[in-house]
Design a protein around this ligand. Sequence first.
Ligand SMILES: [Zn+2]
Length: 354
Amino acid sequence: MNQFNRFNLPLCLVVEEGLFEHVDETVASYLPQIKGQKTIIVTEQFLSDLYPGYLAEIQRDFKDSEIYLSEEGSFDQAMELAKHICIQNIKVVIGFGGGRVLDVAKYAAFVSKAVYICLPTTLSNDSLASPFSVLQTEGMNRKTLGCKIPTAILVDTDMIMKAPKGQTLSGIGDTISKHTALFDWQLAAKHEGKPVDDFAYAIARMAYDSVYHCDDKSLTSKTFIRILSRALVMGGLAMEIAGSSRPSSGAEHLFCHAIEEYYPQLKISHGMAVALGSVGACIFQGRDETQLIEVCKAYGIELNPAAYGITKEIFADAWMRAPETRKDRFSILSTTQLNREWLDMIYDRMAGVR
Ligand SMILES: [Zn+2]
């Protein structure tokens, strides 16, 4: 870190086949100082039942270690874990899981000043390498809290291939949504009279381009898993460098927040909701949405809102309420007069994608 840069970068990013069978060796080659340190492996019951072999292996590798089962992705849980880490003098936190588990582990490691190693079991969104944790606060309310990016990120391609297809699709959705997020970031910067961080912008753009231009769009291809892993990590790094979630979050994320907050009963992942949001945001931005629709089709992302239980009424209501979900966030919605007829047309356009 120098006097101009305030950001941290992970010391290690490894994407490899069979990596979870020798986590200790990989970590030790980058972080020899953590060898023999007290470690806690944060996961959840479901994953512990699904992958007992992997967890036993990691626990064997890190001799002085224990397993902690996170039951909910809440702020209280993260604080309870941080307290345990501090009191027990634990120096290393390993997050083994998807979004919710990783957010709890990341925040607890940040609060307790422990080294955080991220072992994602799915590639469902770019929070795995971001300097933020989204945690449940009161009831269904969730808050995005600033923290530190992981010290090490280890992706086992074999593990990702075992993950449900929907999780990987969600990661693709979160990556392609940068197309509209970056446009909104530029708009906001102009409106607020602040410059866009060129380096963060370029990294986020590269994340999008790598997924968009990938020749191998098969979800079970190792080449593709590698590209998606790096794209998600790049998304996280762009946020770290920018010092905000702006490179990854624009109007499409506001639509997603509205769906999550007002229609929690819907079964739609974060990445799918932002992918749907991106098509609308792209149209509001006055740009051609064809490129986005084509890339979604190429990966098999379903763009018909009805497939997720989103009716025309819900779709229109979510867009209308989207700006309220983050009042301080300037986006294309801040200068767009939405109306029901227009939103219905967009819905029909998306429903008609084959
Ligand atoms: Zn996202």
